[in-house]
Design a protein around this ligand. Structure first.
Ligand code: THG
Length: 264
């Protein structure tokens, strides 16, 4: 499974502060820590508070690429901030994220071609996030069809069925799991699937967040999840990922299989 580390996001206080103070070591340490804990790519999001998000994104990508060639998922809803980030990436970038809005697909699929990027696309549109799996699959079909029209290989697409906090949208978790299973039937090659895992436990008591994340991750892996934006530095979560993949026969069994995740 592709693990994309979620921590370089201005919604976290330490990252917002590092951006403000231009504390490059703090960001570089977060990058290195996530990669050593099992992340193979890093999400980069300047957060809601930045007064110059384009400058902040450029600074983040510059300081991260000084210490790693790992792919970066440029996480922004602003097209100019997106292009500024993509232009500075050293490895194949990931656009985070498009959705089923036609204008959004038009502009971001064009950027994907220009920068040879993979694309995360959320199953939502101007009307919001559908409540059930069928609504999500309908939007996924629209995204897959638009990508095919533009000659984008569907294996470059990561469909994100958008998991919401379980404390406010409890009935949707199982809908997201069904969407993950069925989205695979939409094209050949099948699109990949991804989740922003920590959304599921937002608002839950601090002492329960980890358990909710781990449990949902293993259910999603059993449903065929290919990638997750998640807290790679949570060792129990990373161990859950590799164990679920082992049980799904996606990792070769050996007695020391957990060693891969003990590097931290
Ligand atoms: N899909 C895609 N991209 C995404 C998301 C998604 N990017 C952003 C987000 N969702 C994924 N990243 C996070 C990062 C942190 C949290 C949730 C999602 C989180 N943070 C804790 C909280 O808010 O309770 C702790 C915050 C803190 O310590 O300050 O839950 O879904 N494609």
């Amino acid at each position: 499974m592709l693990i994309i580390g979620e921590r370089i996001n201005g919604m976290f206080k330490d990252v917002a502060e590092a951006i403000k103070k231009k504390d490059k070591t703090a960001i570089q340490d977060l990058a290195k820590k996530q990669l050593s804990c099992g992340a193979s790519a890093l999400d980069v999001n300047v957060g809601p508070a930045s007064d110059d998000p384009k400058k902040a994104m450029e600074w983040l990508v510059k300081v991260i690429t000084e210490v790693t060639d790992a792919p970066l998922a440029i996480d922004t809803t602003n097209k100019n901030v997106m292009e500024a980030g993509l232009a500075l990436c050293k490895s194949k970038p990931i656009i985070n994220s498009a959705n089923a809005n036609q204008e959004k697909m038009d502009s971001l699929f064009a950027l994907a071609k220009k920068y040879k990027a993979s694309i995360i696309a959320l199953t939502m549109d101007k009307a919001g996030i559908p409540k059930d799996a069928d609504g999500r699959l309908e939007l996924a079909m629209k995204i897959v069809a638009s990508a095919m029209e533009r000659d984008i290989n569907t294996s470059e697409l990561y469909i994100d069925a958008v998991i919401l906090p379980v404390n406010v949208a409890q009935f949707q978790a199982k809908e997201v799991l069904r969407a993950i299973r069925e989205v695979k039937l939409l094209s050949d090659p099948a699109p990949k699937t991804i989740l922003g895992l920590s959304n599921v436990s937002q608002g839950a008591p601090a002492g329960r967040k980890g358990l909710i994340n781990r449990t949902f991750l293993s259910m999603a892996i059993a449903s065929g999840l290919d990638a997750a934006i998640m807290d790679a530095t949570d060792a129990e979560l990373s161990n859950t990922a590799i164990t679920a993949e082992l049980l799904m026969e996606k990792q070769l069994y050996c007695d020391s299989y957990l060693d891969a995740y003990k590097k931290s």
